[in-house]
Write a protein of this length. Structure first.
Length: 197
C-alpha cells in the first residue's frame, strides 16, 4: 500500500530528492515569504520562524486554491557563523566573501522543518556543525565560477562540488543539504503519517 501524498511548500530540488529518498510522495506548492532576518534575531529563531511562516503560507494557498486537505511540509536552511546569519549570496562577489569567512572555520547549519495539518503547525530545528578546510583564493574563485554556490545558504552545497570544501561534519548530513530526514520522519509521524507503510 502506498503512502499518502503530502504538500511540499518548497522549490528546493534537494528537498524533493530527500523526500523521494525516504519514500514520501508529495505535490509541490508555492509558499513565498519574506526571508529578511528580524533585528537581533538569532539563527535558530530565524529558521524556526521562516519554516513556520512558510507552512502557514502554504496552508493559506491550499485553502485559497480549494485543494484537498493534506499534511504540508515546509523548511528553511541557513548557515550561521558565530550566530551571524549567512543566507544565499546576492552575487558572485558575495559568495566569494562568504566562503572566505568560512575558510578554516567551524560554523553551524540550521534547518527548520514545519509540518501543518490545517489546524496546527509544529516546528523542529536540526543543528549541525561543519568544519570548512582552509581554502585558497584560487579555489574559492574556481568554485564560485561553477555557479553552484549562488543559490545556497552560506554559498556552498554539501551534496555537490562543495563537499570537497568540508573537512568535518557533525550532526545531520541531510539537514545540511536542506531537510533533516530523521527529524522530518518523526515530525510527520507525530501528525499520524503512516511512515512505515
Amino acid at each position: 500500500m502506498s503512502k499518502p501524498l503530502i504538500y511540499l511548500a518548497s522549490g528546493s530540488p534537494r528537498r524533493r530528492e530527500l523526500l523521494t529518498q525516504i519514500g514520501v510522495p508529495f505535490e509541490r506548492i508555492s509558499s513565498e515569504v519574506d526571508e529578511t532576518p528580524l533585528p537581533g534575531e538569532g539563527a535558530h529563531a530565524y529558521v524556526a520562524r521562516l519554516a513556520h511562516a512558510k507552512a502557514l503560507a502554504g496552508v493559506a494557498m491550499v485553502r485559497q486554491a480549494g485543494l484537498p486537505q493534506r499534511l504540508l511540509l515546509a523548511a528553511d536552511t541557513t548557515v550561521a557563523l558565530q550566530d551571524r546569519i549567512l543566507g544565499k549570496p546576492v552575487d558572485a562577489a558575495d559568495a566569494v566573501a562568504m566562503l572566505s569567512q568560512l575558510s578554516g572555520r567551524r560554523h553551524e547549519v540550521l534547518t527548520g522543518v514545519a509540518v501543518a495539518d490545517g489546524e496546527r503547525v509544529e516546528v523542529v530545528v536540526s543543528e549541525s556543525v561543519v568544519q570548512m578546510r582552509e581554502l585558497s583564493a584560487t579555489e574559492i574563485a574556481a568554485y564560485v565560477a561553477t555557479g553552484e554556490p549562488l543559490d545556497k545558504a552560506g554559498s556552498y552545497g554539501a551534496q555537490g562540488l562543495g563537499a570537497v570544501l568540508i573537512k568535518d561534519l557533525s550532526g545531520s548530513f541531510s539537514g545540511v543539504v536542506g531537510l533533516p530526514l530523521t527529524e522530518t520522519a518523526a515530525l510527520l509521524q507525530r501528525f499520524g503519517y503512516p511512515f512505515w507503510r
